[in-house]
Design a binder for this molecule. Sequence first.
Ligand SMILES: [Zn+2]
Length: 444
Amino acid sequence: MLFDTVILSGTVVTENEVYEADLGIKDGKVVTISEPGTLQSGKAKVIDAKGLHIFPGLIDVHVHFNEPGRDQWEGLETGSKSLAAGGVTTFFDMPLNSNPPTTTKERFEEKRQLADEKSVVDYRLWGGLVPNNLEHLADLHEEGAIGFKAFMSECGTDDFQHADNGTLLKGMEKIAELNSILALHAESNEMINYLTDKAKKEHRLSIRDYCNSRPVLSELEAVERVLSYAELTGCKLHIVHVSSKRVIDRITEAKQQGIDVTAETCPHYLALSIADFEEIGATAKCAPPLRDQEEVEQLWDSLKNGDIDIISSDHSPSPPELKEQGESIFDVWGGIAGCQNTLHVLLTEGYHKRGVPLSKIAEVTALQPAKRFGLNPTKGSIRIGSDADITLVNLNEEFVLKKEDLKYRHKISPYVGKTFIGKTKYTFSKGKCVFEDVPNKASV
Ligand SMILES: [Zn+2]
């Protein structure tokens, strides 16, 4: 058989095993998986993967590339190149903070054209659920929206309104009818506003005060409410960026009660604590906020126990000015830029430090996202016939993340200066090499 690319003698990581093999890629698909050292390369591009691990390309279900409208914050080209450098081969772009947001068919089409033109990896798009766009949900679904996103608390920009309870209920009824899925930013708006006003009035404006103004309880209250709405409407839910095991546990309990719900967390909740936030400053501000180290360790337990379905980045960048303006940490832009380093965080903090199996990492970054959103078996695991979405990693290579390594529009990330163990060497998206760390290693 004639291949476009062959990857020789690498160690393939799947959700249930790790084994050595040669891979043959043709027309963007994995067409052969054979015993190591047996594949004839012919005229194909040859990658010598001896000593490298081959992961299924990551699927990042949660990024904000902000195009159109706020591409001075990031953009589809810089964003997708960052993903390629981190082994991510598919992203789902959130309906905000593009401006206008992706809440109608026309805006969806506009973003799709831009993504086709600019993205170096594969992608899907979320639609938005906001007050007064119920009549657009069916169109968005028909256009191919991977699901819908709503906020239960204010999102930080005026152009994407958070969903009040009535909007949520009606939206969920509609989304259930479409057999789609609702992703929720679940924090209690009332609790946050109450605690924020109180903190400001009492001049408690430190980083810890900010974190305390968005407590785990606020996540719990919102999740509880929306779980009951899910039971009522039958709407499938995906709870994004959960920061605490307490919330994960409630979601696990709901699953056992028959509610169709999945839980996502982000690398920053696993890698960074409030102490790090205090040291790094505004670059590490996000919502829900970072938690104490004890919570961080508990979240790792949830991951090991299989209670976390998906790990995605919630890449939410901004220009540097927005991280500097404002009277206190309460007023600066909240959002962490980190999508280039999801796998690096999981390998360093998970596999090397805490003994998280490689298969578990492949499961939560590729297989489960693909399954949850209907992309499996085309994506999510390395098998014959699947898209050749692949990333090759040297598990033991250490590197210190430097600003200039970042492909983001703005070279800002809380991980700058951090030592990672496990380096991305190559990334293939549908068989095309979209990132290469060692140019001399590949021959044509
Ligand atoms: Zn987000």
